[in-house]
Design a binder for this molecule. Structure first.
Ligand code: BG6
Length: 488
């Protein structure tokens, strides 16, 4: 058998894209609750109110001016508000996961469900109870919860009142949140990861900061996030020494376009900027020399406190979790034909096919990234996101024959097997993204689906939320049953 015994087969989701119930049970507003739906060609937006009271709508990655704040416009549809309503469907959904044979389920905890304003003194009991119910339901079926502490959201109040992660106090609020959930769930949850795709936190909605493109501000906020992650690791191990706490990065594989050394140097720089830096700090415990030089060159002075270095050193993670959807080609030549990708694209790769959203499909890339990570850090790995976003149609028999999804996943699993069997990589688990359909993070669409289970909901928020098993549901069940041996 290639996959080790006890391998964690499962699926992955995030609260802001799946849970809904955006104000239910005492939950407060999160930054994710103010992002509109977009499309493949139209960016998601946020509504902001400027200091002088003027209101306008801006691209979510545009800078929010200082003093401005995001708000919910009652006339606009926001996909996170209902999402695919795990909040009211968790029993039914977990039953479906159990039927597929899930060994684990990756989900995130909505910070503003536990601390509605982020800075509250006491947690919201109803919110805590919701996750108790979810974990109990999972454990009833022998499904191990794998919990992302923070997945692309922040209590909106922390952004408005404190400038989110720019403010060092946010670390304390986050620590309080971690303390609460670690203590409450210490006998129910063993696997945690701190920040989802920590290397993609860069705007108002993820960092909670205005003028996010100002590098001094952005780098200071990221420094605080990294400290918060280290603190969470230290705290978690204190509360339960059996906890396994990981980091989570978006692991895009970057290829140099040609053997021109210039392309390789540029690829190295892109690798460091978008990925390695975050891995190095969290897995090794210090800012790497290339990053210190970069900050120096950019004239960025991070405000630090005594003891910070020790925190980073002590707060190294137990394992490395990552998402992998596509590779990207890096070139020093401008004006080439481009490909899209998970937040970042590259130059078109003539050797690869692309998804309907233009993301290159590169199964061998997953073997490469597994090897790179394992060679470099020698820590157990977990693939916590992988999959194909595609349009599914229900045929005249009421079935969804998503062979394209099966094909994508199958090809990736074959390469994962090689990484384990031939290369000896230590892999703990595999949780394909959006196992039950949910809202796309990039575009806010519903029609970009990843799941084994279809949810009746459209891009405008209309639908019955009814669940329907796709062909891939039965396929994945066989994969898990055979521990990855049967892929047909
Ligand atoms: C990752 C995120 O970026 O990729 C998920 O962790 C996201 O939140 C996933 O949904 C797929 O991206 P998208 O844009 O297709 O939803």
């Amino acid at each position: 058998m290639s996959f080790p015994e006890g391998f964690l087969w499962g699926g992955a989701t995030a609260a802001n894209q799946y849970e809904g119930g955006y104000l239910s049970g005492g939950k407060g507003l999160a930054t994710a609750d103010v992002i509109t739906a977009g499309s493949k060609d139209e960016a998601r937006k946020i509504s902001i109110e400027l200091e002088d009271g003027t209101r306008k709508s801006i691209n979510r990655f545009e800078d929010v001016p200082k003093g401005a704040k995001a708000y919910v416009d009652p006339d606009i549809y926001y996909p996170s508000h209902v999402a695919t309503d795990f909040y009211n469907h968790y029993k039914q959904d977990i039953k479906l996961m159990a039927e597929m044979g899930f060994k684990c389920f990756r989900m995130s905890i909505n910070w503003s469900r536990i601390y509605p304003n982020g800075d509250d003194k006491l947690p919201n009991e109803e919110g805590l109870k919701f996750y108790d119910n979810v974990f109990d339901e999972l454990l009833k079926y022998g499904i191990e919860p794998v919990v992302t502490i923070n997945h692309f959201d922040l209590p909106l109040n922390l952004a408005i009142k404190y400038e989110g992660w720019l403010n060092r106090e946010t670390i304390d609020f986050f620590e309080r949140f971690c303390d609460t959930i670690f203590t409450r769930y210490k006998d129910k949850v063993k696997y945690w990861m701190t920040f989802n795709e920590i290397n993609f936190l860069r705007d108002y909605t993820t960092l909670g900061i205005t003028e996010a493109s100002n590098l001094q501000r952005q780098q200071q906020a990221i420094y605080h996030v990294l400290l918060a992650s280290a603190k969470a690791v230290i705290l978690g191990h204190k509360i339960n020494p059996d906890f396994k706490i990981g980091l989570m990065v978006a692991n895009i594989l970057f290829y140099p376009e040609t053997c021109n050394p210039n392309d390789s140097i540029k690829t190295m720089e892109v690798d460091r900027m978008f990925k390695d830096f975050y891995l190095d700090v969290q897995a090794r415990g210090y800012y790497p020399s290339y990053k210190l030089k970069e900050l120096e060159r950019l004239n960025i002075n991070l405000v630090k406190e005594e003891g910070d270095e020790e925190l980073l050193r002590k707060g190294v993670v137990d394992y490395i979790a990552f998402s992998y959807y596509n590779s990207a080609v890096i070139s020093t030549k401008e004006s080439k034909e481009k490909s899209a990708g998970n937040q970042l694209g590259g130059v078109k790769n003539p050797y690869l096919e692309e998804s309907e959203w233009g993301w290159p499909i590169d199964p061998q890339g997953i073997r490469l990234v597994l090897n790179r990570l394992y060679d470099k850090y020698q820590k157990p790995l977990m693939i916590v996101e992988n999959g194909l976003g595609a349009i599914d149609t229900i045929d005249e028999n009421g079935e969804i024959n998503d062979d394209y999804r099966i094909d994508y996943l199958k090809k990736h699993i074959i390469e994962i097997k090689k990484a384990i069997e031939y290369d000896g990589v230590d892999l703990m688990g595999y949780t394909p993204w959006g196992c039950i359909d949910l809202v796309s993070a990039g575009t806010g669409e519903m029609k970009k689906r990843y799941g084994f289970v279809y949810v009746d909901m459209d891009d405008k928020g209309n639908g019955t939320l009814k669940r329907l098993k796709k062909k891939s549901f039965y396929w994945y069940k066989r994969v898990i049953e055979s521990n990855g041996e049967c892929l047909d």
